[in-house]
Write a protein that binds this ligand. Structure first.
Ligand SMILES: Nc1ncnc2c1ncn2[C@@H]1O[C@H](COP(=O)(O)OP(=O)(O)OP(=O)(O)O)[C@@H](O)[C@H]1O
Length: 247
């Protein structure tokens, strides 16, 4: 299998706190690799360094063989790395389909000044509708985005990430704030994406992580103490001791 993302010897400190400590991790093509860890373990700091909003003190990040360590966020997005969920880009007053069409249009390099045109262009709307079908929201296409539930907004964000045709999706806590039923729907959706997309998933919901991940890395104080299949992680003594035992 080819490696899409390769992180080697990554370090990042804030004052005396080592938020990322000699971190090594890879994501293979089509893999869903989850990173779990207690609060403050350094998950968000890791994602920020991957999408370029924070700069590592040392170490290397390679994306499809290319060193992207010092690359600006927009350049990484252009190469095919998308981050979802922490910063929402949905416009609540617009219809669901218009939001998706706008994102597709932005991918193609058009500016938001053409927002009116985006509503009318048939191929854009067709692509947006196909994306909504993939995330199970086709029947809500013409509703105002603000009328949809929190869980449905998350599905819209997945549609936008899919529309970006990213080679690596960074999913930052997709289950956060979702109810039991909504979480189950998100698991179903992510299971459908698995294998077709390379995904790095940060998530606190252990049931979701163990149901979805091909591999799991356990982060404690900025350092990965174990990487393995869900079964390997479940039976790893160090993980039990440092993390899962506390749950
Ligand atoms: N900008 C910053 N300045 C100072 N300290 C920071 C900064 N960002 C993160 N930290 C610290 O680095 C450590 C890792 O934080 P980070 O937010 O990456 O953890 P996390 O695993 O995402 O936590 P959570 O699960 O609670 O979201 C924490 O001790 C945090 O207080």
């Amino acid at each position: 299998m080819s490696v899409v993302l390769d992180i080697a010897g990554l370090n990042k400190s804030f004052g005396g706190i080592k938020a990322t400590d000699d971190l090594n991790l890879s994501v293979e093509a089509g893999e869903l690799h989850a990173v779990i860890g207690p609060n403050g373990a350094g998950k968000t700091t890791l994602i920020s360094q991957l999408c370029g909003t924070q700069t590592p003190d040392s170490g290397r990040i390679r994306f499809k063989g290319r060193d992207i360590t010092g690359m600006k966020p927009y350049a990484r997005a252009h190469l095919g790395i998308t981050r979802s969920f922490q910063i929402t880009s949905l416009i609540l007053e617009m219809s669901v389909i218009d939001n998706i069409a706008l994102a597709v249009q932005a991918r193609d390099g058009h500016s938001f000044r053409f927002i009116r045109a985006a509503r009318k262009i048939a191929p854009l709307r067709r692509e947006a509708m196909a994306l909504l079908q993939r995330v199970g929201l086709a029947d809500k296409a013409e509703l105002p985005t603000g009328a949809l539930s929190h869980g449905e907004h998350r599905h819209m964000e997945i549609a936008i990430a899919l529309g970006a045709q990213a080679d690596l999706m960074l999913l930052d806590e997709p289950m956060a704030g979702l109810g039991i039923e909504e979480s189950a729907e998100m698991v179903t959706l992510l299971r459908d994406l698995k294998g077709k997309h390379s995904i790095l998933l940060i998530e606190h919901d252990m049931d979701a992580v163990f149901a979805l991940a091909d591999r799991i890395s356990v982060l404690v104080y900025g350092h990965i103490i174990a990487t393995g299949t869900p079964d390997e992680i479940r039976s790893n003594d160090a993980v039990q001791h440092a993390y899962l035992g506390e749950e």
